[in-house]
Design a protein around this ligand. Structure first.
Ligand code: ACM
Length: 264
């Protein structure tokens, strides 16, 4: 499978221009599955609930999902990306996985970061795994990395690849994802954005460093912190299905689950 990550600098609130820029980058490269950043079309640093509302979309009706439904059908590819979701009176920091046949998976960020708690409702869907060609993939979003249970749950549910749309502002995640890959023996594909957003007296600089790590913890590539690019690597998802690390240890069979959930 040719697995790709898009890293770029979207402009806050300029969804059409951001989609056009992403499309230009995606058209430069061949891939089977691409991961884009968290909230890659809307931008991240909101200053009011009204802004969140104005930039939000109903899943499958909005500009962003329509763009990818069309793109994936025409190009016969798969895309996982962050989207600002409106559902009734609620707003979610969500991710969609779309393929040539339509929407395949929908995830709502479980662990909200910082002021996201002001704007979004916390996710209310279970972490789930979906078949994409020969691979089984699961999605989590950015700050979910700080909760090892998210990646563990996806791996225990059978994910070969963790798709991880992100808007990283702290430095630790790229190295931490090596551990997430190693402890679960899965591929981890983190797509981050770059650039600085200055809004409402606040400023966030996003660290880039989008990367794919293999089940042995090897970084297959890591982009720079200012680079706009689509990077691709050929992977064999089956490599994530062997949890044995030596003749004595299997990372899943050796778990002592009954001792993990005793009352503390
Ligand atoms: C983050 O969860 N966007 C840091």
């Amino acid at each position: 499978m040719k697995l790709a990550l898009l890293q770029y600098n979207p402009k806050f609130g300029e969804k059409e221009a951001n989609l056009a820029k992403a499309e230009g980058l995606l058209n430069k490269t061949k891939f089977d599955l691409v991961v884009l950043p968290e909230l890659f079309a809307a931008g991240y640093l909101f200053t009011s609930q009204k802004e969140v509302e104005n930039l939000s979309e109903k899943i499958s009706e909005g500009l962003t999902s329509q763009f990818f439904l069309d793109f994936c059908r025409k190009k016969k590819v798969y895309a996982a990306f962050g989207i600002l979701e409106k559902a009734g009176k609620n707003f979610y920091n969500s991710a969609l996985l779309i393929g040539p046949q339509g929407i395949l998976s929908h995830y709502r960020k479980l662990h909200l970061f910082y002021e996201e708690k002001k704007w979004f409702s916390p996710g209310n869907f279970p972490l789930s795994v979906t078949k994409v060609k020969d691979a089984r993939v699961g999605m989590m979003i950015c700050f979910d990395w700080r909760f090892p249970e998210a990646a563990r749950t996806l791996a225990l549910k059978g994910a070969d690849i963790i798709l991880h749309p992100s808007n990283l502002v702290m430095p630790h995640c790229p190295d931490a994802m090596i551990t997430r890959a190693l402890e679960n023996r899965v591929f981890c594909a983190t797509s981050d954005r770059i650039g600085t957003e200055k809004r409402g007296g606040k400023s966030f600089t996003y660290i880039g460093q989008s990367q794919i790590v293999d089940p042995e913890g090897k970084i297959l590539f890591r982009l720079g912190n200012k680079e706009e690019n689509v990077a691709v690597v050929e992977i064999n998802p089956e490599k994530a299905r062997r949890k044995k690390i030596n003749p004595y240890n299997d990372l899943f069979l050796d778990r002592r689950e009954k001792f993990y959930y005793e009352p503390i």
